[in-house]
Ligand binder design. Structure first.
Ligand code: SDX
Length: 434
């Protein structure tokens, strides 16, 4: 919606330019600076995009001050409690919750695409067994476009929809294969009679030598965890997917770019870093030492799982993740899990410390997820792959929205140049004998 209001820039009481102010359905207004350079010859400067809206979007809304997260308008708390992950996938992709018939068809279609082309298994052999699963995920998901030449026309909604189904269906299979490859155990094929999460847990944790009996409490917990990770507006990896997609790259390449970006410890790699940090802290008696390190400007150590660019109040997902953590640990008889107790104590101490209070550093979605994954028997180096499994639907939804957006053009930011101005290569350069 374009407001009648505008921002006027004056210099020496000379009107420099007038910029329209736009309003969304909720959240901060934006200053439309598309004509700023044309009018002023100047760029804006915002290296971390802390004050920059990159696009219009109808998918997810975050109010960082109030600790609110909505997927297509529905609060994350209600979705986590009342919906399944596949219902939330349908919602994020289509804008509305599915009817029972729509859900049945969606689930059935996903199930029919969970297997990967058998030749894809050859790609794994090129990796060392100790390769990080995220390195393998980047390689294998990126290779998918080599198998689907039949549907790579991104201007075709039909092709975009089948690519979305293929990615949603195959990423869990590939993630489980990454784990199996690292253990030397055989790949497990999906089984069509299992649900999305049951299938993943069986491919990930079972072997051909035993029957897999899904624990409904653990299945529901993982399903909820995937809901909590499904989308988060213009975070680093989603913005990466959008930027890659703006060049016309195929969906598999774009999602691969998102996986690569998510791997960073400041982003989706934080869940793995949290568990490693808790193991390093080891005991409640060491907490203050690490809190002091986190506060020390000269120490690069940060309290992993704390802080967020947008949430300056509690991350609503962290509270839900903590509750899920309790549930899983109780179900597994691990309520005395020392790592979980250490995490609870670390959270309590940090939230009483003025450094964290003043800087509004609260636990984020990654703080408890590592503990739950650990309790579910998922190895630490697979935690970020789990995050990628949940976030694939959000990446696809934003990619699809961007492609369909009439305003979208190739993303091409400018810069504030601080390097050398023009200079000549010395006349005698290269003349000197070696
Ligand atoms: C995710 O964007 C998303 O939505 C991401 C995500 C999603 O769903 O996609 O929510 C998922 O990535 C969650 C974040 C996971 N990362 C971590 O837990 C890593 C630890 N957190 C930090 O690295 C940091 O808080 C970030 C990266 C999350 C946010 O960084 P910002 O917004 O750039 O904040 P900043 O680095 O400018 O920090 C502000 C201040 C600094 O101190 P000053 O320079 O102002 O004195 O707070 C300090 C920082 O030093 N600070 C921390 C800290 N996080 C910020 N100090 C100690 N420990 C921390 N964790």
């Amino acid at each position: 919606m374009t407001d009648q209001r505008s921002l006027t820039l004056n210099e020496n009481s000379e009107l420099v330019c007038e910029l329209p102010i736009l309003s969304g359905t909720t959240g901060p207004d934006v200053i439309d600076i598309e004509t700023l350079y044309k009018q002023t010859g100047m760029f804006t400067f915002d290296p971390g995009f802390t004050s920059t809206a990159s696009c219009r979007s109808n998918i997810t809304y975050i109010d960082g001050e109030a600790g609110i997260l909505l997927y297509r308008g529905y609060p994350i708390e209600q979705l986590a409690e009342k919906c399944t992950f596949l219902e939330v996938c349908y919602l994020l992709l289509n804008g509305e919750l599915p009817t029972p018939e729509e859900l049945k068809e969606f689930q059935g279609t996903i199930t029919m695409h969970t297997m990967v082309h058998d030749q894809l298994t050859n790609f794994f052999k090129g990796f060392r067994r100790d390769a990080h699963p995220m390195a393998i995920m980047v390689g294998i998901v990126g290779a998918l476009s080599a198998f689907y030449h039949d549907a790579l026309d991104i201007k075709s909604k039909k092709h975009r929809d089948i690519s979305a189904i293929r990615l949603l269906a195959k990423v869990p299979t590939i993630a489980a294969m990454c784990h199996k490859y690292s253990t030397g155990l055989p790949f497990m094929y999906p089984q069509n009679q299992l649900s999305y999460v049951e299938n993943f847990m069986r491919m990930m944790l079972a072997t051909p030598c035993d029957d897999f009996v899904p624990n409904p409490v653990l299945v529901r917990a993982l399903d909820r965890i995937l809901i909590l990770h499904a989308d988060h507006e213009q975070n680093a990896s989603t913005s990466t997917v959008r930027l890659a997609g703006s060049s016309g790259a195929n969906p598999y390449a774009c999602i691969t770019a998102g996986i690569a970006c998510l791997w960073g410890a400041a982003h989706g790699g934080a869940n793995e870093a949290v568990l490693n940090m808790l193991i390093k802290i080891g005991d409640v008696s060491n907490i203050q030492t690490y809190i002091a390190k986190a506060k020390d400007k000269n120490d690069p150590f940060r309290l992993m799982g704390f802080g967020h660019r947008v949430y300056k109040n509690h991350d609503p997902r962290a509270k839900l993740m903590r509750a899920t953590c309790h549930e899983v640990l109780n179900e597994l008889g691990l309520h005395d899990d020392p790592i979980f107790k250490l995490a609870l104590e670390l959270e309590r101490i940090a939230l009483e410390d003025s450094y964290f209070i003043d800087k509004k550093l609260y636990p984020n979605v990654d703080f408890y997820s590592g503990i739950v994954f650990h309790a579910l028997g998922i190895p630490t180096n697979m935690f970020t792959a789990m995050f990628a499994m949940g976030r694939t639907v959000g990446w696809i939804a934003h990619w699809d929205e961007m492609i369909a957006d009439p305003e979208q053009r190739i993303g091409r930011p400018r810069q504030l140049y601080t390097g050398s101005t023009r200079r000549d290569v010395p006349a005698d350069h290269g003349q000197t004998k070696a």
